[in-house]
Design a protein around this ligand. Structure first.
Ligand code: GLA
Length: 678
């Protein structure tokens, strides 16, 4: 017996030694750059192997590195370790190639959803920080570069010398957990009429009135409006109501639409008073697709596409020209060369545009409205002439030309604050934010233009663009703002959309009819800022994006090339029940009322006593749960539940006893409306 156990013991010890040796022999280094980095999502550009984002040698604070992953904040890379990595090491930092700007990023490591390490905020010129993290047992690792609070424009971030020690495996899979195949949810509109335009419309006394009865259904269709106040009339063929109202008051009108397949009616409340934009503006803006390449011809074509695609029948209204309709300070492009202003100080559009009134008339003639862009500084963000010193003339020009919307973008005003109005904000980025955090300075230029706009004999929706500085949502209304950007520029990446979405609760209580928080334009369809490509957002991410922007009561401004609308994008933008959530007359903004791991539940109160609820999955795994926390949604009693994307009632539930089976895809959404049942 004794001999046998000794033999056993020796065998076990031997085995342990052999295993140990094998372990030592097979312990292996796997470099991050050997993995498939294309699964990474990032703020700009493509993931780079052993190079920086601009395709140069990785360089941090003067030190060069041969190997690593060059990315752009905000960025995320998921790696399946399956417990087979022991340690991760790297040298991280901002790449020197962004000299002249003020990037700030934070490098982070998450293991199975828990934060394992963070670099702290890193700025340009900071020496590379070493990262060394034990990974034993970790299944899924996420490498994140988060925004360090500067708006992540120039954050070229390097994971230099990054590598894993492994238990013997020679590679790891990277993955993107979100499905890529587009799928259609919105049912086709019926052939019978349905009126989709907003239920409430604000106008000031004396201003030209224009409201289109937007309706889906077969054409020809005839329109009616009973109870219209004196001064207004409807064109029964086009459904456009025009005229003007001389006195303040509230008028209840009944709209009608009729075709061979049937008829539809809808109540419209016209509120004549001092407030406009009583529901969030919906339309298109040129920036996210054309950027500096915009022209009158492209704007006309976008207008025509808005009509031809049928989007106009769902309430999409504004055609907004962004930067580059003016002349430029130093562009080599001949079409941007020209006198900035005439002798009287009136702004002269560049030769791509010419006569702005003709363009505005054309857009109005098709039942749509038109918007423009400027800056309170001497130069716009793109370096075209801004309104500094000419605010009054500019407001008058916009009104004279017949414009309905102005986006007013801080840009070089930071230079004015600094006493250096001639500096180009793109060349000296720090200046572009200068002064924005001092309340009085932040307010001043927006109040000036706001006052001039209100003096014009037409209604011009006033959109403040200053990226949320000095909590603009707290004072935007006092400068006559109708909407204001709450964040920096959006890009068509998951990281950007997620970041922006998670940052909206702070301003939510300030949303109300006439005042909307603006988390920036929609990044669906063919976008690209002059460099067209299909939105990099996956289909589920796009459903989440549109759902959230609807729940947030955000302005909905399509940023894509309108002539390249594919079926998926069109379907995404024509769900009338989803749009109705955005356009709800109560004008509340959803907030997150509950978090279950990475599922965030957003609730928006609606005028009819119902609630729109977005079950939003920000995590990388499907959420499959039975949901019962109805009190958290502010619900009591019996409710009808409707799936808004599918436009289908799914059940009647009692909040006391009911439960909902929820399946929410990774980076996706389930959007329901709960309506009380009497
Ligand atoms: C800023 C704005 C963008 C766009 C550009 C134009 O970056 O935030 O939305 O208007 O300027 O130059």
């Amino acid at each position: 017996m004794k001999i046998t156990s000794n033999i056993k013991l020796t065998a076990i010890v031997g085995l342990i030694i052999i295993l140990g040796l094998i372990g030592q022999v097979s312990a292996q280094t796997v470099w991050l750059d050997e993995l498939d980095l294309s699964a990474a999502t990032q703020g700009w550009g493509v993931p780079m192997k052993n190079k920086s984002i601009d395709n140069k040698t990785l360089t941090i604070a003067g030190k060069t590195f041969e190997r690593g992953f060059g990315t752009h904040s905000v960025s995320s890379l998921l790696i399946l370790l399956e417990g087979k990595a022991t340690v991760f090491t790297a040298q991280v930092g901002i790449d020197d190639e962004v000299a002249g700007h003020e990037p700030a990023s934070e490098f982070e490591l998450y293991g199975d959803g828990k934060k394992l390490w963070s670099s702290g905020i890193m700025r340009l010129g900071d020496a590379a920080r070493p990262c060394s993290v034990q990974l034993a047992g970790i299944q899924k690792l996420e490498l994140v570069v988060a925004d360090g609070g500067n708006g992540n424009y120039y954050d070229h971030a390097d994971w230099a010398d990054a590598k894993f020690e492994t238990t013997g495996v020679t590679t790891f899979k990277t993955y993107n957990p979100v499905a890529s195949e587009p799928y259609i949810l919105t049912p086709q509109p019926s052939a019978a009429p349905r009126i989709n335009s907003a239920k409430v419309f604000g106008v000031r006394p004396g201003s030209p009135f224009q409201y289109l009865v937007a309706a889906t259904g077969d054409r020809p269709m005839t329109f009616s409006a009973s109870g219209l106040p004196k001064g207004l009339k409807i064109d029964t063929q086009t459904g456009i109501i025009t005229g003007s109202l001389s006195k303040a008051g509230t008028f209840e009108v009944t709209l009608g639409a009729k075709n061979a397949k049937g008829k539809a009616g809808k109540k419209l409340r016209i509120v004549c008073g001092e407030r406009i934009a009583l529901t969030p503006p919906m339309g298109w803006n040129s920036w996210n697709c054309f950027a500096g390449e915009v022209s009158a011809d492209k704007v006309k074509r976008a207008t025509e596409a808005m009509v031809k695609s049928g989007l106009i029948n769902h309430g999409w209204t504004y055609i907004n020209i962004d930067d580059f309709w003016q002349n430029h300070r130093d562009s080599k492009d001949q079409s941007l060369h020209g006198k900035l202003r005439d002798e009287a100080g009136n702004i002269i559009p560049n030769t791509r545009f010419g006569d702005m009134k003709t363009l505005a008339d054309y857009v109005h003639g098709l039942g749509l409205k038109i918007g423009l862009y400027s800056s309170p500084g001497p130069w716009t963000c793109g370096g075209c002439v801004g309104s500094y010193g000419y605010e009054k003339q500019d407001a008058e020009s916009y009104a004279k030309w017949g414009f309905d919307y102005l986006k007013y973008d801080w840009c070089s005003y930071g230079g004015v604050v600094n006493g250096m109005p001639d500096n180009d904000p793109y060349k000296v980025s720090s200046l572009s934010y200068n002064g924005g955090s001092q309340l009085a300075t932040a307010i001043k230029p927006f109040k000036l233009m706001g006052d001039y706009l209100r003096q014009q004999p037409r209604d011009i929706v006033y959109s403040l663009c200053q990226y949320g500085m000095s909590d603009v949502w707290k004072w935007g209304d006092s400068v006559s703002g109708n909407c204001w950007r709450t964040t920096n520029d959006i890009t068509d990446t998951w990281a950007s959309v997620k970041n922006i979405a998670l940052d909206q609760d702070k301003s939510a209580t300030y949303a109300k009819p006439g005042n909307w928080n603006d988390p920036d334009m929609l990044v669906v369809g063919t976008v690209g800022w002059g460099n067209p490509h299909k939105s990099k957002l996956k289909p589920d991410e796009q459903y989440l994006h549109i759902s959230l922007w609807s729940l947030f009561s955000s302005p909905l401004l399509i940023g894509c090339d309108m002539e390249k609308l594919d079926d998926f994008t069109l379907n995404l933008l024509t769900n009338d029940e989803v749009i109705e959530i955005n356009q709800d007359p109560l004008g509340k903004e959803a907030t997150c009322v509950q978090t279950v791991s990475e599922l965030r539940v957003y609730v928006k109160e609606l005028e009819d006593g119902g609630r729109a609820v977005g079950f939003c999955n920000f995590g990388s795994d499907i959420v499959d749960i039975s949901y019962k926390d109805f009190e958290k949604l502010g619900l009591n009693g019996k409710f009808k539940v409707r799936d808004l994307w599918r436009q289908k009632d799914i059940s009647n539930i009692r909040t006391q006893t009911g439960e909902l089976m929820l399946k929410v895809p990774a980076h996706g959404v389930v959007l329901y409306k709960f309506t009380p049942v009497k």
